[in-house]
Ligand binder design. Sequence first.
Ligand SMILES: Cc1cc2nc3c(=O)[nH]c(=O)nc-3n(C[C@H](O)[C@H](O)[C@H](O)COP(=O)(O)OP(=O)(O)OC[C@H]3O[C@@H](n4cnc5c(N)ncnc54)[C@H](O)[C@@H]3O)c2cc1C
Length: 451
Amino acid sequence: MAERVIVVGAGPAGLFAAREVARRAEGDVEVIVYEQGPDVDERLEKGEVMRGVGGAGGLSDGVLNLRPDVGGDLTEIVGNRREAERLVEYVDEVFLRHGAPRELREPSGPKAEEIARRAAAADVEFVRIPQRHIGSDHLPKVIKSFVRELEDLGVRIVTKTRVERILASEGEVRGVRLEDGREVEADYVIVAPGRVGADWMIREAKRLGLGIRYNPIDVGVRVEVPKVVMDPIVEVSLDPKFRLRTPTYDDQVRTFCVCHGGYVVKETYEGFVGVNGHSYRDRKSENTNFAFLVSVDLTEPVENTIKYGRSIGELATTIGGNRPILQRLGDLRRGRRSTWDRINRSQVTPTLTDVTPGDVSMALPHRVTLDIIEGLEILDEVIPGVASDSTLLYAPEIKFYSARVRTNEELETAVEGLFVAGDGAGLSRDIVNAAATGVIAGRAVAERVGG
Ligand SMILES: Cc1cc2nc3c(=O)[nH]c(=O)nc-3n(C[C@H](O)[C@H](O)[C@H](O)COP(=O)(O)OP(=O)(O)OC[C@H]3O[C@@H](n4cnc5c(N)ncnc54)[C@H](O)[C@@H]3O)c2cc1C
């Protein structure tokens, strides 16, 4: 009798996992993918961003970051850098086969070399990411071509069907229960529910005793500078990434999500307000903003970085009177709060005004505040002007990542036959890394089928 493999979620992790099982398993195997959202056409029609075949970002620009240490840490999972790179190459090849454009973008040429040289001199890492832009107009075609391959391999994708429970007994997986109460037996289950399914994943992990570990969170500010300051850098890379370590605490600080000519926006989370950045195609500001984030990991006695991040968010919201805090870097350095008067005298006009001029150091922990000041001063050696007194800081910007389910290196959990993959299990944060973890789990299951 055919062995049955159930995959939960049709994002990159789930689709790649299903493909590996169907292509590699030597025994007789039936692969079923359950996806709570709709198929690609219905997603397009309804503008369903987070769920459906293709997963989160299935309707987005679809930028493939072709590095194992961006959007996750594959090397840590597979224990070997070369193997992690091979996985990225493999995922890229599959995307190419399904119609991703051949053109690769990577910061190169004399200007990029100059930035890399300056960065190296300042002890800053200029993270060069080879990127493939699929583009929102092409992404649906790529996903459909992938789905056709799966169907040709005999994989059944069942849409609009939510898995409610993972069934296990005596330490072994037995199958899943669907939202309509039906129970479907399986020999192996690969759970890849993405960020939308992360809370459910954690609940199930706790119920099944799988063990979880909190991932580090990123806490910091949104920095806003005149657009001209960033022009030479953005000319080389649209979303330039820099990573550095701060002298006092030896913490890692990084730039993230550079919005050139963009706007800072307020975001409301459960219990606090924060900031983010946006760029628009047809509307440009005189400024550029980017997140400047400190990575915070906790061990003893509290591991719960999500709770810690929320409490920082709540404190900042209290001190800002339900608005994000805005401060000039010069005021932060001098230990005084900003006022509208001081901000209006500054060289940079804020693009977000629904804020409270105040003191970032009243909202963020001392360590994070010092990391930001020191980090900007170091970054100023690579990007002259980012640490001027007029530079604007908006707080808080906090990035949470899903807690990580405990697994072995094949991504099998404490329950035999139950595997996890992708963002929902805290193993990745982008398309390529999610897909690669799906490949790891899929290959491990394929090895066992018929064994
Ligand atoms: C707007 C947007 C744009 C993005 N752009 C990019 C980009 O350009 N480049 C990049 O690398 N990354 C991008 N990302 C991030 C990227 O989309 C994710 O990192 C990636 O999709 C994660 O893959 P995944 O398979 O782990 O999870 P997901 O893609 O989230 O897929 C999980 C799927 O599982 C389904 N599911 C969840 N729970 C259940 C359940 N109980 N039963 C059945 N189905 C379930 C969900 O509906 C979802 O479709 C973007 C994200 C968003 C939201």
